[in-house]
Design a protein around this ligand. Sequence first.
Ligand SMILES: [Zn+2]
Length: 357
Amino acid sequence: MPSIELLEELALAAGPPGSEGEVRNIVRREIGNFGTVSHDALGSMIVEANGDAPGGRIVLDAHLDEVGFIVSAIDEEGRILFLPLGGWWGHVLLAQRVEVMATEGARLHGVIGCKPPHFLTPRERERVVKLESMYIDIGASTRAEVEDLGVGVGDPIVPLGLFSRLGESDRYCCKAFDDRVGVGLLIEVFRDLFTSDDPPASPVIAVLAVQEEIGCRGAATASYISQPDVAIILEGIPADDIPGTKQRQGVLGKGPQIRFSDPTALSNRSLVKLTKEVARREGIPCQIAVRKSGGTDAKSVHIHGRGVPTVVIGIPARNIHTHSSVIHWPDYLEGVRLVTALVRELTPQKVAGLTEY
Ligand SMILES: [Zn+2]
């Protein structure tokens, strides 16, 4: 049975792009004994189960990193200035708490400072504050104090989150569901497959990619090790059930999303068809998406080598790229069922059939 405690641990772990170690260690603990563990030179982790088996190599990809920040300067009054690592909107940041991961090892709580409404001019009230003019207060009054705490230019920063159930619902709120729901799905699917009496015979390779939020970099380098014949990208995707949207393709409670396309990748049509057939047969609700914005690790994976048939399966999450994204737990459970059944469906013959033209 998928574990909510595992998802909580994953979501609360700190993993800004380039500093994904905490999340990587959880994954290694959970699935490292199901196969051979290796890493690419950027830090992505690859767990290869049944590596020597004949048949198409099935890659499951989720990214370890989350949107964060990097220290760009420290001013003379001890404020930390920063740049984003990944996509942020100024509106969601003022007065939010963050954790500075100092080079020397200290983990320091801070808060992004802002003007109180009392001091705002009418014009300032209408505007979104730019990240370049924000600062983090870690309780220091001088640059020397900040430096004495071990903080320097280049140190990573992550949102500080709280994991909570909303009311008595099946909805949970935390930072980093993009992409810790994907990482969680991957772990649960691996556990289902390789603790069962009938594990799959094909090679199944978990790729935990680094640096997705700044350009799907780890997914590109890890592909040289994982050598996928088919890839399933697992994501926490933006829910679009917000006021004013009409054509909704990522609604909480309507099951996992099968993404056909976005500006970075087109899913393989035969693989999408197979995924939909598996969902129908297993009675798993799902939503089909054609997105005019956004992107996933499919961007890098589907054009690796001579090309890789790829599909993106996402769990809708509201408010992603903030401190407080929201998912519907049954969507996650259905996602585990769908991906597990799809991997079982991908026999060597079916994988070969995906690229018969
Ligand atoms: Zn993501």
